[in-house]
Write a protein that binds this ligand. Sequence first.
Ligand code: ARG
Ligand code: ASP
Length: 706
Amino acid sequence: MRQAFRTLLTVTTLAACGAITLSFRTDEGMFPLSALQGVDLAKAGLRIPKEAIFNPNGVSLTNALVRLGGCTGSFVSDEGLVITNHHCVEGAVSRVNINYIEQGFTAKNRGEEIPVNIPCRITMSYQDVSEQVLEGISNDMDPAERSKAIGEHIKRIVEADKKSNPGLSIEISEMFTGRSYTLFRYMTLQDTRLVYVPPVNIGQFGDETDNWVWPRHNADFSIVRAYVSPNGKPAAYSPDNVPFKPAKHLEINAKGTKEGDFVFIMGYPGRTFRHQPYEFLRYQQECMLPAVSNWFGWQINMMKKLGENNKARYANFYDDIQGLSNTEKNFRGKMQGLRRTTLLQEKQAEDARLEGLTQTAPEWMKYDKLFPEIRETYQARIGEFPRNFLLQRLVNDVPQFYLAVMLARGRKEYAANKTKLAEIQKSLLEEANKAYRIEDVEFEELCLKELLQRCAMLPSGMRPAEFDRLGNVDQWFADWKKKTRLSDTAAMMGLLRNSPAKFLAYKDGLTELATALLPLLIQIEQNDVQRDNLLRSLLPRYIELKEFDRKEGFTPDANSTLRLTYGNIKGYTPNDGEWNAPYTTLDGVFEKANTEHDYTLTREQADKLRVKDVPPMYKDPRSGKVVVAFLYNLDTTGGNSGSPVLDADGRLIGVNFDRAWTATLNDFAWSSEYSRSIGVDIRYVLYVMKYVSGADHVISELGVSL
Ligand code: ARG
Ligand code: ASP
């Protein structure tokens, strides 16, 4: 992946800082295990006791949940089978052999399973460590020192816990920014192997066209198996390893569901931004969302154009196109959501009310500077945004520029102290190895040209003078391209390795531009760190006020730790006058088939999917059609992909894989009107395994008899 690996400049602003949540609507919620006690799940429709979901002293559904790479998965057999999404294993499998993705794959026996080594972690236990983390930390501390001290406390607590829990991965997660911290102990299984994946055009039928969209017609699921050493311990791949025996695996309910049914999801949602102030949302709306979607859109179009008549080149861009498109479309969805809803106004009104408290309520007057400081910080960010965004993209997306900046920095250090050459060489080598990677020279050079052109068009008060000195950017670029060696990674790395002094003396137009921009780049990085620290020290006060004001429904933002969310299978109105039913069927697959590229279905696949006398279990009893995907009003986000969708008895009825277009706004606030998540129905999972792939032995290992 090209994105977000160059960290010369802090790019935290892309995701923006902090992770805190405020519950905007009372029944929203990605509940941490520790908050389950306060939730009336029985009233909502759960038929099993809460201890069946989480039980610190015994076995519960929690033991069946795993975090698989950046996704979620769940154990579905006592021999370590894990069900997750197709798109969660796609990258790892295609690196082994792209044919398994294109044609699908079924291991006929254990020996045929393919090592994919996607780390699989199980939450073993957790513990509130807020007091220890915040010991001696006060609101009046200098923000940078405060962040540093918290970081050091976390490190110390983790190290100590590791000693008493050998073999487990220990992590402390910030629940409410600067206010509460939970220590999690995970068992991490490293040896995972592919057991089953449907052909990609069935697994991701509709691909980009349907991504973030309902109705949906894809079988986005796959099955892997987790292995451990013969003595039951996590271990790297070895042919001697044996299937992991989970303490709990999910039972499957293939009998079907109906609209209105209670459902819940357990999983590892990545990140939400609900406990951020209004200014954060304004920054997203005015700056981040439009700029990122615009720039990613430009990159996607360029990759598509360059790869148009060249299959190998297109394949090289494939992962990046997928990743960038996923974000680009998500951000456009959020922009639509912010336009259509009153979320911004509600947030603004809420913050005005809270600010009022700091001016009128004696116990809150101690926070009278809170809102002015938040405003001032975001004002500064928003004001500098057009310039900083372009400079950060130059560093992040143009490896030639990244190297030029590194070189400029090295040269400065060398000029200050000639005896340090070896040291400078070592650190430059480390950084270059990490991030100086050119995947497609022409593409990356075109990114450079485009970004320079955009920089040259910045308003005069904001445009660094260096860009005026370039003159005509087309001409500058053409001259630079003729002379430069920065696009030749082997040559530049060779120079750095063998003659660092010569490396530092290397010059062309871009290294000179980077040298001139260096003080500004450093300034931007420092400002960013400082602003992040300041906001991180203000947020705990903001949350404290909010909690006081809200009194209930206060759950922390998603932070990749285990959460539960519940609700119902439910249709909705995505656009005025449009009703969307909560189930799709195989009819929709055939309606779409081969109408455009993303809906390719081969003749053979179509024949297999068109089953004569389909057994009733696969069909929706009311329509008599084979069910494919379904929709529910749960509170999910990125990372929830692969999460099991469970019925009132805690049995598996589907696998979550996406959200509807309107629900991209869910990262900012949940609403029963627009928040809808999408899962593949377990009946379609079985249907595809049986009729497309003949994977009957996998189905019987799932404990389903057909
Ligand atoms: N939008 C979903 C998620 O955020 C699915 C992405 C994979 N599918 C795709 N066609 N790109 O991960
Ligand atoms: N598709 C997302 C994932 O991969 C899920 C979502 O964002 O709703 O986690």
